[in-house]
Design a protein around this ligand. Sequence first.
Ligand code: GDP
Length: 582
Amino acid sequence: MDARARTPRGARKVAVGSGEPGGSDKEWRWRGWRAAARAGVVAAVGFLGALVLLVMVFGGRTGRMAAFSSAPGTGFFVQKPVYEASLVHEHVAGPAPPTRHDQDRLLGGLLSPAFDENSCRSRYASSLYRRPSPFRPSTFLLERLRRYEARHRRCCPGAPLFKEAVEHLRSGRNAARSECQYVVWTPINGLGNRMLSLASTFLYALLTDRVLLVHAPQEFDGLFCEPFPGSSWALPAGFPITDFAGIFTMGSPTSYKNMRQAGAVSRDHRNVTAESLPAYVFLDLIQSFTDAAFCEADQRVLAKFNWVVVKSDVYFATMFFLMPAYERELSRLFPEKEAVFHHLARYLFHPSNDVWGIVRKYYGAYLARADERVGLQVRVFPEMPVAFENMYGQILRCSEQEAGLLPKVAHKDGAAANHSSAVASGSRNNKLTSILVTSLFSDYYERIRGVYYANPTETGEFVEVHQPSHEREQRTEARAHNQRALAEMYLLSFCDRIVTTAVSTFGYIAHGLAGVRPWVLLRPPSPEAPVDPACVRSKTVEPCLQAPPRRVCGVAEGTDIGALVPYAGHCEDEHKGLKLFP
Ligand code: GDP
């Protein structure tokens, strides 16, 4: 059987080594392969750095194929929670799987039970696709979330208190007292960046008793379900601020930093009365502009504004952990520092039914049968192009260095010997590993699939390689493109082992949702130079704040920001960055 017929995409000539994506097919190829996938399977085996290997079709395929064909319905996953099936693996540590009762469905109480299941199928179902999280949300976090939800209901669009607050906003002056204070999040940059900054803004809302509202331009609309029961987080039609892109720019006079520089607002909160302030303030937390907000003095002034608009593309949540004012609260909310984003993301981000449909069908067709799933996220940034052969070589070296990361391809002689002895003894390794590749380009997938098709693995296990899409370029302005990106982040997050590319926020989201420490393909010093080591295993599940402020309040200039508190240090993939460690 032709292996190419068994993959989710058609065969195509690939311009290997050019650094350019091969092929011209931009289509999203989800469909049409299920039957073939069920009937065929995978070329066996391995991945050996090299080159040397036999082109040899693995004899065990037929057995595997028969096993699959005899299992009708494997195209859709429903019958059995995946984690129950996958927990039998040696890689899984921890106790036996819990029975599936409400605690699991609600992620240990993280999710409110008050939603209609059909309005958002992913909310209570996505935990079925993953192993149980190694992290439990604290009781304090659960209490704060329920309290937040009640506040959100009281203050959300449609509520009388919201109408009142909007009237103040229209008036142009800040109200002296307001029962409801708001933080409005507005998106910028790619989806991964957006999700990091949105989760950070939610943490800000939790810490400051604000209500989180979201400005969702059309390309962002329809990606996620509403996260708060009985209410909406979307800004309603008729909201007085409309031109978010035009108003909220670096030079905006409404920016807190610019207000401060112009002397329009004092940094000493005792000199600031709420009534003297404009109706809203813009917190510009984009990449290198994060300096303005993370001093206690600033926070006290900001607390007087009833409306704060946040625009950011970074995981600024990390900064709150350096602020003494929030230390006690944060340690109660997140006793496990490694799991901050993990809990926030699992609470907030539930793919809409449209996106979930993509995830569920793809999972059912290509991943559900696997005994083990390995996610490989290959991100080639246009501003830091890396030649295909270099990146591919790095993936191979990473796999060799981290034994067993991707199933090893057997040497020619070994393979033949293994194969014959397996046939002779009637014993066969029936393990199936699925490798899920996500990338804007198809050539990594093509090459890796080719290697496994042509060569047996050392262990005799079966390997499938899949890639859901290859969009060729980032198109954040297109809703369907973002839906596919979100679907792929989710699919990656269902994998048992995840390999990500350095500094990619797309990868951060996937391993953060999974609660898995990723292997990170490090950034080469230059496009041509190989990087050594090729990858490292992250010591934390947390994402990296890639652009922390250059100055931290109350700390002498030049002090290492990574050495201020025991649980925050520099990132493996971005030395100047900052992240939380266990
Ligand atoms: P980052 O640029 O890697 O930090 O991640 P972002 O998510 O912020 O921006 C990259 C964007 O490019 C994604 O949101 C997608 O729109 C697109 N993209 C990058 N890699 C992939 C991929 O593997 N699959 C899909 N579907 N889209 C991708």
